[in-house]
Design a protein around this ligand. Structure first.
Ligand code: FES
Length: 164
């Protein structure tokens, strides 16, 4: 059964921007920060509150890759696939993560909502390539074995705390 959306957090964001409907992107960003993603119910809520057509909201969400319409895992794994990381082996790392977590190109989040895998462009740490960022923690010079250890460490609570 679908869970009903608690709109109180969304309403607080809207109240901050109510007279500024042109600030659609910050509104969407704040709401995504609050609830983790932008489900259809949240899009409809924003549309009604700001008087912005739903089609405009959908267009913004699909244009900017920072927005997500599906829930993400507790740990978001960003594998850098910029040039430096790519030539130093980002693809085998991505393939290893996909295999370990059972995620695919179409479904990037594990069923238990623990992990989401995302391929990103340069994160600005090319000297450490290949680089993986999980939530806010940066891992440099990662290889397939190290990646496997990191994921195992997260699963058993030895890697990254709740604040990461
Ligand atoms: S290309 Fe990966 S950090 Fe720059």
């Amino acid at each position: 059964m679908a869970q009903e959306l608690d709109t109180s957090a969304l309403q607080r964001v809207i109240d901050n921007y109510k007279d500024l409907p042109s600030n659609l992107i910050p509104v969407l960003q704040e709401i995504q920060d609050e609830i983790g993603y932008l489900p259809p119910e949240a899009q409809t809520f924003v549309s009604r509150q700001l008087g912005v057509p739903l089609s405009t909201i959908y267009g913004v969400i699909t244009f900017y890759s920072q927005f997500s319409t599906s829930p993400k895992g507790k740990y978001v794994i960003h594998v850098c696939d910029g040039t430096a990381c790519h030539v130093r082996g980002s693809n085998p790392i991505i393939e290893a993560i996909e295999k370990i977590l059972g995620v695919t190109e179409e479904n990037r989040t594990t069923d238990d909502l623990l992990f989401t895998l995302e391929r990103v462009s340069c994160v600005g740490a090319c000297g450490l390539a290949p680089v993986v960022v999980i939530n806010k923690k940066v891992y440099g010079e990662v290889d397939v074995d190290r990646m496997s250890e990191i994921l195992e460490g997260i699963r058993c609570g030895e890697e990254l705390g709740d604040d990461q």
